[in-house]
Ligand binder design. Structure first.
Ligand SMILES: Cc1ncc(COP(=O)(O)O)c(C=O)c1O
Length: 402
C-alpha cells in the first residue's frame, strides 16, 4: 500500500506569516481547533450546573483513548494525566527502591526534570547516579564525528546487576540524537532494571509503539509534538508500577468516585490501571478538550507521515549547511524532526543569533547545540531562511531576508 505523503498543514494554525518557526521542540503551536475546544471548555464554567458528574470522567477517558492509539497501547487505563514530565518522573522515583550497591542510569545533559528526582532518590536512599556521556567528550563546541554512533554502547556498558532504573529520553532533547532503545530495553530486561522513557521529543513526530517495545513507563509532555496546551501531559505505566503509590491521594482516583453522592463512603481501593497517578483536578474542562483536539489532528496525520514530511523539508539543506562547515549528525542517529547544527569551532555564535533574528527564524540554543525542529506547518521557505541565516553568519554574504 502506498502512503499518501502529508501536505503542509499551516492552515490549521495561526502562526504569523512573517516568521519562520522551526522550534517545535521548544513548544508546539496550538492548532485552531484546539484553541476553539479549549475556549469552549473554559466557557462551560459560566454555568456550572450544566457540568455533569460524567463530564469529570468521559472527556479524560477519551483523551487516554486517543493517546493509547497514538502509542499503540492496548489498555487506555494505563495512561495517567499529569501536569508535567517531572511530575510523572517524581511519581516513578517515589516507587523506586535504591540503596547501597544500586545505581540509576541516565544520559549526559538529560532534561533536568528527568534528573532531579533521581538525584533526590540516591541522596535519600543511597546508590549511584550514573550519567552516561557520549563516546568522545566534547571540547568547547567541537564535536566528535557522530555522537549517536557508540553512545548506545556506552549506555549498555553502564547497565549492570545493580541498576534499578534506566531513565532517559527516546532521543536527546538538545539535538535529537537517537538511541537504540530496543537494545537498551533488552539489556534492562536481562538485569531486571526498569526502563523509564521520556518520549516528549519523539511521540507525535515519529512512530512509537509501546506494545512492541514494552518499557516500564513512557511519559510525554503535551505541549510540544502533541501540539496541546501547556500543563497537561500523559504517562503510560507498565505492570511494574500499577500497584504503586501516587504523589497525591485524590478523591477521583478512588473506586466508585463517579458516584458523587457516595464520596464520603471513603474507599481504600483505587480506580483500575494507572488512574491512581492522575493529578488532582485532572478533569480540567479546558485543557482536556484542547489536547484531545490536537491529538485528533496528530492521529489523522500519523507520526510516520509527520516524520517523512520533516525529512522532505530538509532535502538538500544538510549538504549546503555542511558545505558551510556546519556539523550535522549522521542520518542514522539524527531525528528528521529535531536535529542539532554545530558551528565550526571559530564561528561566532552571536553573529548567528543576529542573522537568525534578521531573517526572522525561530530556533533554540540548548547546551552546545543549535537546535532546529520543524513540523507540519513549515515550508521550504522556512528552511531557505534558516540556511540563508547560516550563510550570512558564516560567510558574511547577505541574501534576501525571506
Ligand atoms: C525531553 C523533555 N522532557 C520534558 C520536558 C518538559 O518537562 P516538564 O513537563 O517537567 O516541564 C522538556 C521540555 O523542554 C523536554 O525537552
Amino acid at each position: 500500500m502506498t502512503d499518501v505523503p502529508l501536505r503542509c498543514q499551516r492552515g490549521q494554525f495561526s502562526l504569523p506569516d512573517d516568521f519562520h518557526y522551526l522550534n517545535c521542540a521548544y513548544m508546539g503551536p496550538l492548532p485552531l481547533v484546539a484553541e476553539r475546544a479549549g475556549i469552549e471548555g473554559l466557557r462551560a464554567k459560566r454555568f456550572p450546573q450544566a457540568i455533569a458528574p460524567e463530564d469529570f470522567f468521559a472527556p479524560v477517558d477519551g483523551l487516554r483513548g486517543r493517546f493509547a492509539r497514538l502509542i499503540g497501547a492496548p489498555e487506555p487505563n494505563r495512561i495517567a494525566t499529569v501536569p508535567s514530565v517531572s511530575y510523572a518522573v517524581s511519581t516513578i522515583a517515589r516507587n523506586t527502591r535504591a540503596g547501597r550497591g544500586s545505581n540509576v542510569v541516565i544520559v549526559h545533559e538529560q532534561f533536568p526534570g528527568n534528573v532531579y528526582p533521581w538525584r533526590r532518590l540516591v541522596a535519600e536512599q543511597g546508590g549511584e547516579l550514573r550519567v552516561v556521556t557520549p563516546p568522545q567528550a566534547r571540547e568547547g563546541r567541537q564535536r566528535p564525528a557522530s555522537r549517536g554512533s557508540g553512545w548506545t554502547d556506552c549506555i549498555l556498558d553502564r547497565i549492570d546487576g545493580g541498576t534499578v532504573v534506566v531513565a532517559m529520553g527516546t532521543v536527546h532533547w538538545t539535538d535529537g540524537t537517537r538511541f537504540d532503545i530496543e537494545a537498551i530495553r533488552a539489556r534492562t530486561r536481562e538485569v531486571g532494571a526498569a526502563l523509564v522513557l521520556d518520549g516528549t521529543q519523539t511521540v507525535g513526530a515519529a512512530p512509537f509503539d509501546v506494545a512492541a517495545l514494552d518499557p516500564d513507563a513512557v511519559i510525554v509532555a503535551g505541549y510540544k509534538w502533541l501540539l496541546g496546551p501547556y500543563s497537561l501531559s500523559l504517562a503510560w505505566f507498565g505492570d511494574r508500577y500499577l500497584d504503586g503509590v501516587p504523589l497525591e491521594e485524590t478523591w477521583i482516583a478512588r473506586r466508585g468516585s463517579e458516584n458523587f453522592a457516595g464520596l464520603v463512603e471513603y474507599e481504600d481501593e483505587y480506580q483500575p490501571g494507572a488512574l491512581r497517578f492522575d493529578v488532582g483536578q485532572r478533569s480540567n474542562f479546558a485543557l482536556v478538550p484542547a489536547l484531545s483536539a490536537s491529538l485528533d489532528l496528530v492521529l489523522k496525520w500519523r507520526p510516520e507521515r509527520v516524520s517523512a514530511y520533516c525529512a522532505s523539508l530538509m532535502d538538500g539543506a544538510f549538504t549546503r549547511l555542511r558545505d558551510l562547515g556546519v556539523h550535522v549528525e549522521d542520518s542514522r542517529w539524527r531525528s528528521p524532526h529535531l536535529f542539532g547544527l554545530a558551528l565550526p569551532p571559530a564561528a561566532d555564535l552571536d553573529r548567528l543569533k543576529a542573522a537568525l533574528a534578521r531573517h526572522r527564524v525561530g530556533i533554540s540554543f540548548r547546551g552546545a547545540s543549535v537546535r532546529v525542529s520543524p513540523n507540519v506547518y513549515n515550508t521550504r521557505d522556512d528552511v531557505e531562511a534558516l540556511v540563508a541565516a547560516f550563510e550570512e553568519a558564516l560567510t558574511g554574504s547577505r541574501r534576501g531576508q525571506g
